[in-house]
Design a protein around this ligand. Structure first.
Ligand SMILES: Nc1ncnc2c1ncn2[C@@H]1O[C@H](COP(=O)(O)OP(=O)(O)OP(=O)(O)O)[C@@H](O)[C@H]1O
Length: 254
């Protein structure tokens, strides 16, 4: 019997390799790399038992475990799956196509809206005022918005500084900016449990990382301790940014 290997098989293998690599990257970002290794080992044992050794009893037990396991994995990794689909959907070309088909305009901040945010961060950094600002893009952050107080005001440097001023009742939590407006303050973000985050970065940074892993938002952090300005975006930190770096990161059209 000849083993035929065509272009379709090549694409098949390439897609599986891509899927595995992407799953690995997502799991690494969310700190669940050991679970990924465990699943791979389990699949390997399952294949050997049922396909190579053809052990029917053990094979059928493993088959049952796999069908239940798929459901368990969906529940366990709902955030990662959501992020994977989001990344696919918010890829520049894909979202461009969706906007073209639905006739929606891109909801991003204009350069004029970004400057007050950059200026506010620079000013707060100099005064060692801690801040956490989330910039909503294509994925709506309704749950996060509901956890805070509605503001619905123009993006304004002095208002941002006022919100994060130490004695302000709304200084705790995050400000969410979206659709060209300061939408809410005092918002609670999901905290990332990624074990790779350096120990010196506390809860403010973990909260920024959390929302960047679950959405396409930029999360800007001004450290109260060091005054450093950092951004979490798509599960990655950009630490100790200058004003120019912050501006270019926020205006970059992904
Ligand atoms: N889940 C969360 N959602 C929104 N804001 C949060 C969350 N967790 C913490 N914060 C904010 O972060 C503040 C605590 O920051 P903490 O000192 O732990 O962080 P940090 O990353 O070390 O930052 P800093 O360098 O400013 O100290 C809280 O007062 C609160 O305003």
């Amino acid at each position: 019997m000849f083993f035929e290997f065509g272009i379709k098989d090549f694409i098949d293998i390439l897609l599986v390799a891509f899927l595995l690599y992407y799953t690995y990257k997502l799991m690494k970002a969310s700190g669940s790399i050991n679970i990924f290794t465990g699943i791979l080992v389990f699949i390997l044992i399952w294949l050997v038992v049922s396909q190579v050794l053809e052990m029917r009893l053990l094979g059928s037990i493993f088959d049952k475990l796999v069908s239940v396991g798929v459901l368990a994995l969906i529940v366990l990794f709902q955030d990662e799956i959501r992020r994977f689909l989001l990344t696919l959907g918010s890829h520049q070309r894909a979202s461009g196509l969706v906007r073209f088909l639905t006739g929606n305009k891109k909801e991003s901040l204009e350069h004029d809206d970004i400057m007050p945010i950059v200026m506010a961060c620079i000013s707060m950094s100099k005064q060692r005022v801690g801040a956490l600002i989330v910039m909503e893009h294509n994925l709506p952050l309704d749950e996060v918005l509901q956890s805070g107080e509605v503001i619905n005001a123009d993006v304004n440097q002095r208002l941002l500084e006022n919100i994060f001023f130490k004695n302000s009742p709304l200084h705790d939590g995050a400000v969410v900016i979206g659709k060209g407006r300061i939408r809410a303050a005092g918002c609670i973000l999901p905290v990332s449990h990624n074990l790779d985050i350096p120990k010196e970065l506390g809860l403010r940074h973990r909260a920024a990382m959390g929302i960047s892993q679950q959405s396409d938002a930029h999360a800007i952090i001004v450290s109260e301790e060091t005054g450093a300005i950092s951004v979490a975006y798509r599960g990655q930190f950009y630490l100790r940014l200058s004003a120019e770096e912050l501006e270019s990161l926020l205006t970059k059209d992904e």
